[in-house]
Each structure stands twice: as structure tokens, then as C-alpha cells.
Design a protein around this ligand. Structure first.
Ligand code: IMP
Ligand code: MG
Length: 180
């Protein structure tokens, strides 16, 4: 396993190994199997970033559930833009359903706040948030995150679904921008 990777003009250093990520994802799934057993939840994976997390997590969920996807974007390169673009919306009725949003990383919280408001307009019964990574120090909107994989400082990460200018989503490990 290489300690460093290069993407475009930047170098990144190993931060979380695939093994560390795998055991964290399993422990989140175990908790969900208990918490959500009688709720027939609908998981909503936020594309593009959450596709690895959703894929690995849902393989470990053994209660009845449904999965759907939404595609939103608030990031451009290394910075959160603070505005949301909806690229692919929710196309089914979630009224009275128990929803769990699956996200790769919560940074400012704009994306999550926007999604929660959209879901509340659809009159869902409940919304829970599961994010593999959370940056508490950069969060501008107070959010209750029910399932957190790792809390991280204000750093820029790639791999396991996370990208730098659309590159690097395919790595099994998570890497940190080397100057940080
Ligand atoms: P927020 O709306 O500022 O909370 O940003 C959330 C979105 O920004 C995430 O879904 C990611 O797609 C992206 N993002 C935030 N931090 C990082 C990072 O460190 N690396 C790559 N993408 C990130
Ligand atoms: Mg994302």
C-alpha cells in the first residue's frame, strides 16, 4: 500500500486505511441493524461521494430497507461554495417514511441542511444522518449527526468516494492533502 498518491497538481498522504474504514463502517451498520429494525428505513445516498460508503454499509444491513439516490453539489476543488446545485432529485414519495441520509463528509453542513429541508417538505416521518466523516470545526449549521464514522479537523481528504477535481474517488484508503 502506498503512503503517498498524486492527483493532478497535489500530493496526498495516507490518513485512514481501508481496514480502519471497513471496521468503522461495520460498526455503524451493526448499530443501524438494532436502531432501525422496525422502521423499514429508506436510505438516501448522496452522490457522488457517498457511493463507496453506501455500498459497503448496506451490504452489512440485515433488516428490511430501501435505497435511493440524490445528487447534489456544493464543492468546487478544495472549497465548499456555500450554494447547492441539485443535479438529480428524489423521484419517489417519502411521505411518512423513516429516512436515513448517507453522506461521505459533512463540512459546512450546507448540503445536509438543504437536503433535510427538502425531506421535511416531503413530510417524512423522521430523518437521520449518517456521515462517514464529519468536520465539526467547519460546520456552520448545527446538525445532529446520528451516525459518525470519524471526526476530522479542517483538512482536505480524498479517496473512498471523496474527490479532488473529480479525481481520486476510487482509492480504498483515505488520503490527506500533504501540506496540511
Ligand atoms: P458541505 O455542504 O460544506 O457540508 O460539503 C459537503 C460536501 O462537500 C461533501 O458531500 C463532499 O462532497 C464535499 N467535501 C467536503 N469536504 C471534503 C473533503 O475534504 N474532500 C473532498 N470533498 C469534500
Ligand atoms: Mg458529497
Amino acid at each position: 500500500m502506498s503512503e503517498f498518491i498524486s492527483l493532478l497538481d497535489k500530493e496526498f498522504k495516507l490518513y485512514f486505511t481501508a481496514q480502519e474504514i471497513g471496521s468503522k463502517v461495520k460498526s455503524i451498520a451493526q448499530k443501524m441493524n438494532q436502531d432501525l429494525e422496525s422502521l423499514d428505513p429508506v436510505f438516501i445516498a448522496v452522490l457522488n461521494g457517498a457511493f463507496f460508503f453506501a455500498c459497503d454499509l448496506l451490504k452489512e444491513i440485515h433488516i428490511p430497507f430501501e435505497i435511493t439516490f440524490v445528487k447534489v453539489a456544493s464543492y468546487d476543488g478544495l472549497q465548499s461554495k456555500g450554494t447547492i446545485k441539485t443535479l438529480m432529485g428524489l423521484d419517489e414519495s417519502l411521505k411518512d417514511r423513516n429516512v436515513v441520509v448517507l453522506e461521505d463528509i459533512v463540512d459546512s453542513g450546507f448540503t445536509m441542511k438543504y437536503l433535510i429541508e427538502e425531506l421535511q417538505k416531503m413530510e417524512v416521518a423522521s430523518v437521520k444522518i449518517a456521515s462517514l466523516l464529519v468536520k465539526p470545526s467547519t460546520m456552520k449549521h448545527p446538525l445532529e449527526i446520528h451516525y459518525t464514522g470519524f471526526e476530522v479537523p479542517d483538512v482536505f481528504l480524498v479517496g473512498y468516494g471523496l474527490d479532488y477535481h473529480k479525481k481520486g474517488r476510487n482509492y480504498k484508503n483515505i488520503y490527506i492533502l500533504n501540506s496540511e
